[in-house]
Design a protein around this ligand. Structure first.
Ligand SMILES: [Zn+2]
Length: 132
């Protein structure tokens, strides 16, 4: 029951990390006209987005073998983990165990449980990251 993943989407609540065609991009520059330039996390291709849509992509070819496409379940695990960190930073009443379980439950509703287990961050690791 792999669901179709959008061609472009954000991977964190702050909208500084994204995926385009399942490859991880980070924000390079926010332009005055409201468009945003993104760069591949590993090599050089850049894309421009406006209103959450890709308006331009330059040098679409990735140069590194590290620019592998992520699995949808993998991207969603990153997104949920980033969401967890975001909540920890912004919520006064943040309860790690409750939120961790909620994220995991959302993932398990969407994906195969074993696939989720492969990519979802371990409780100890997540807790340490959040505590910083
Ligand atoms: Zn790349």
């Amino acid at each position: 029951m792999e669901q179709e993943y959008p061609i472009f989407s954000y991977l964190n609540d702050e909208k500084t990390s994204s995926q385009y065609k399942a490859v991880n991009f980070k924000i390079a520059e926010a332009n005055r006209d409201g468009s945003i330039r993104w760069r591949c996390c590993v090599c050089s291709p850049t894309i421009i987005t406006k209103d959450d849509q890709v308006s331009k992509n330059q040098n679409d070819k990735h140069k590194s073998v590290k620019c592998v496409e992520m699995f949808p379940v993998q991207m969603e695990c990153i997104r949920e983990n980033e969401h967890l960190k975001h909540l920890a930073k912004t919520c006064d009443e943040f309860k790690f165990v409750d939120q961790y379980k909620l994220c995991l439950r959302r993932l398990q509703l969407k994906f195969d449980n074993r696939a989720v287990a492969d990519f979802w961050v371990k409780e100890v690791t997540a807790k340490t990251a959040v505590a910083k």
